[in-house]
Structures are given as structure tokens and as C-alpha cells.
Design a protein around this ligand. Structure first.
Ligand code: NAD
Length: 369
């Protein structure tokens, strides 16, 4: 393990706290990176191989994501040792013990992440009165039901098309992944007149240059089948989604799907990153040099965390939808304007914008010179 003091810089982390409860077999780490803009929000990840360093790295990513989204929240993250596939019965004592352990870390607001869900957040709220990503019955905004991330992708598209001389109506769209992110993006973009020419899932791809029928795709998924079984589309292997000629390409599945080796297969003008780190930095650089515009993940897919911030303030679904649209629209505009004027890739422009926001919030803190 690297030395935690090596991770520190002028932004953080403020605290790395190890938590342990032998009776509940709970072991975990909380990383609170930066709280200059407000209490940190970030998920609780359960996995067998987590580490303090991972918690810190994820917390730093949340500092930038929350700042980039224009939220009054800093970044934090927690990791718990455990198997994400454990039953609720097995997880509940661990999660409740974790909640008690962070009772006094009021500058950290937990949310769901890999291995934890809205029920886990309900247990934490029950213990200490503080968490986001709650079930609807206790004031939660069901972000995957309202399509929070898909809404943000469409708000990104609305702004980004102007920067690459496209019209949303009539634009051909290919989407990798037809889950919580991909299916809402497909539905909302089709409603705006875009033509969904290809979608894929872990079972394969379906392609129709005339446009796929969203309701038919949704019916297949509801029946537990693959989109590649769409009656009218042309089926193929999942990775053929890379070769589909389109104006907008949306990764909404896995990390690292586009690399230096396969980036040459993409034939598109605009990429809206729904998934987290779907492209390697090298692949992004190659696309940038080819003139393909990329709206990076932490700007385009911030719908979920914006939803969580609205929930934390006691807001409802409609307010969440409006806040996602207005914040992401404004942030994409700010990032793309900066990228255009500097000639730098949008990811660099977004990072510099987020860092400036964190630094100017930090400058207002008492200990800052
Ligand atoms: P999900 O599990 O609901 O859906 C994932 C989809 O990807 C499924 O349709 C699955 O079949 C498909 N898939 C898996 N492997 C594939 C492959 N190799 N090729 C093509 N499709 C494949 O997940 P989700 O919530 O939609 O999240 C998708 C991505 O977006 C993840 O990277 C997640 O971290 C990121 N993300 C999600 C949210 C959110 O609000 N749910 C927010 C921000 C980022």
C-alpha cells in the first residue's frame, strides 16, 4: 500500500477514517476529500478487495464531479469489505454498524454505490438520520425510475449539438448498454426526434438504419431478453456497436470499452459518456484530434448525484428533473465554451473548471491563506 501522506495536496483529503466493529464483522474506510463547498456526498461501495487508497481516489473523483455539477457539496466515499452479492440479511448488521461508526462524521453523507442499494441507505438513515438515494416511501427520489442520468445525457446533447453543427432531430444515435442509463437516453432522445439506429446489451446488438422501436426494445428487456432479439433489427455481436455509422455514440455499459486499439472503428461526430470512464485517455485524445466532440463522463452523467443533492434538500421528483436539466445544460455550455476557446479536450476543460470551483470555495475557508 502506498503511503497515505503521498495522496495529500492542497485540496485534501481532509480525513481518512478506518472503521471496525468486530461483533458485526464490519471493516471499512471513509475518505472525506474536500468539504469547502459543503458536506461531502459519495457512495458506499462494498467489495472484497477495497482499500483506503481506492476510497481516497473515488472521493477525489466525487470532489470534482460535485464541483463540476455546481453542487454545494464536497467529495467523499466509503468502502466496506464484503461480498456485494450477500443477502440483505447478511448486509444489514454490517451496514447498520457502519452507520453507527460514522455517526459523528457529519461532513460525510453516504449514498449507494456498487454493492449497496436504497435499502442500505434506508438502514443508514434509520440509524443516524443522514443518507441519500433512499426508497420512495421515506422521501427518496428513485433516480433510475425517473431516468436521472438519461435526462442529463439529453441535456448534454441539447448543448453539444450546437458545438458540432448538428441537429438533434434526425441525428442517428447508437447506444452501448440498454440498462438504467441507456434505455432512458434512448427513450428521451427518440422523443426529441433523434433516430436510434443501434443499441446493444450483454447479449448482443440490434441495428436498423431506419430507427428502432423503443417500446419493442423495452418489452424485450422487461421479459428478460436481449435487445438483439428485436424482430426488425439486424442482430449481431455486441461489439459491432462500435462500427455503426452515426452522429451520436453513447457508451452506457462498462469502463474502458474504447481503447487505442479499437477507437478507429468509431464513425461518429459526438460522444456523450453515460458510463464512467468508458474510454481510455489515449482513445479520447485520438478522437479529439479527429475532431470528434466528447462530453466527458463526470459532466454528462452527473444526473444521479444532482438528484441525490435535491433529495438531501428535501426536494421532490419534479425539482430533481428541472435541476438536472438546468445544471447539466449550463455546465456543458461552460465546459465546451472553455474547450473551444482553449483548443483543449473537453475533459481537460471540465477538470480545470471543477478545480477552480473547489479552489475558490476553499479560499473562503478560515484556514486558507
Ligand atoms: P445497468 O446494469 O442498469 O445496465 C448496464 C447495461 O449494459 C445492461 O443493458 C447490460 O446488458 C449492458 N452491458 C453489460 N456489458 C456489456 C457489453 N460488454 N456490451 C454492451 N452492453 C453491455 O447499469 P446502469 O445503471 O445503466 O449503468 C451503466 C453505466 O453507467 C455504468 O458504467 C455506471 O457506472 C454508469 N453510471 C450509471 C448511473 C446511474 O444513474 N445508473 C450514473 C452514472 C454513471
Amino acid at each position: 500500500m502506498s503511503n497515505p501522506w503521498d495522496w495529500t495536496d492542497e485540496l485534501g483529503p481532509e480525513k481518512i477514517v478506518y472503521v471496525h466493529d468486530a461483533a458485526a464483522e464490519m471493516r471499512g474506510v471513509v475518505a472525506i476529500d474536500n468539504t469547502a463547498a459543503g458536506p461531502s456526498i459519495g457512495g458506499v461501495r462494498m467489495a472484497p478487495d477495497v482499500s483506503a487508497e481506492e476510497a481516497f481516489r473515488l472521493a477525489r473523483a466525487m470532489t470534482f464531479k460535485n464541483a463540476a455539477a455546481g453542487l454545494r457539496h464536497g467529495g467523499g466515499k466509503a468502502v466496506l469489505f464484503g461480498d456485494p452479492h450477500w443477502s440483505d440479511d447478511r448486509k444489514e448488521p454490517i451496514v447498520r454498524a457502519f452507520a453507527q461508526a460514522i455517526r459523528n462524521l457529519s461532513e460525510y453523507i453516504p449514498g449507494p454505490d456498487m454493492g449497496t442499494n436504497e435499502r442500505c441507505m434506508a438502514w443508514i438513515k434509520d440509524e443516524i438520520g443522514r443518507s441519500v438515494g433512499l426508497p420512495r416511501e421515506i422521501g427518496g427520489i428513485p433516480l433510475d425510475e425517473i431516468g436521472a442520468t438519461g435526462l442529463g445525457l439529453v441535456a448534454s446533447a441539447d448543448v453539444a449539438v450546437r458545438y458540432c453543427d448538428l441537429e438533434l432531430a434526425g441525428a442517428r444515435v447508437a447506444i452501448q448498454g440498454y440498462g438504467n442509463v441507456g434505455r432512458h437516453a434512448a427513450r428521451l432522445l427518440a422523443a426529441r426526434g433523434a433516430v436510434i439506429v443501434a443499441v446493444s446489451d450483454s447479449g448482443g446488438v440490434t441495428i436498423d438504419p431506419q430507427g428502432l422501436t423503443i417500446s419493442a426494445l423495452d418489452e424485450l428487456k422487461a421479459a428478460g431478453r436481449s435487445v438483439s432479439e428485436h424482430r426488425l433489427g439486424q442482430p449481431g455481436a455486441g461489439e459491432e456497436i462500435l462500427d455503426v455509422e452515426c452522429e451520436i455514440w453513447i457508451p452506457a455499459a462498462r469502463p474502458d470499452v474504447v481503447t487505442r486499439e479499437n477507437v478507429g472503428r468509431l464513425d461518429t461526430r459526438l460522444v456523450l459518456q453515460g458510463a464512467n470512464i468508458p474510454f481510455t485517455l489515449e482513445a479520447e485524445q485520438i478522437l479529439h484530434e479527429r475532431g470528434v466532440l466528447i462530453v466527458p463522463d463526470f459532466i454528462a452523467n452527473a444526473g444521479g448525484v444532482i438528484c441525490a443533492a435535491v433529495e438531501y434538500q428535501g426536494g421532490g421528483e419534479q425539482q430533481a428533473i428541472e435541476t438536472i436539466e438546468s445544471k447539466i445544460g449550463a455546465n456543458v455550455e461552460a465546459v465546451l465554451a472553455r474547450a473551444q476557446s482553449s483548443g483543449r479536450p473537453p475533459r481537460e476543460a471540465a477538470l480545470s473548471l471543477a478545480e477552480e470551483r473547489v479552489r475558490s470555495a476553499s479560499a473562503l475557508r478560515r484556514w486558507h491563506r
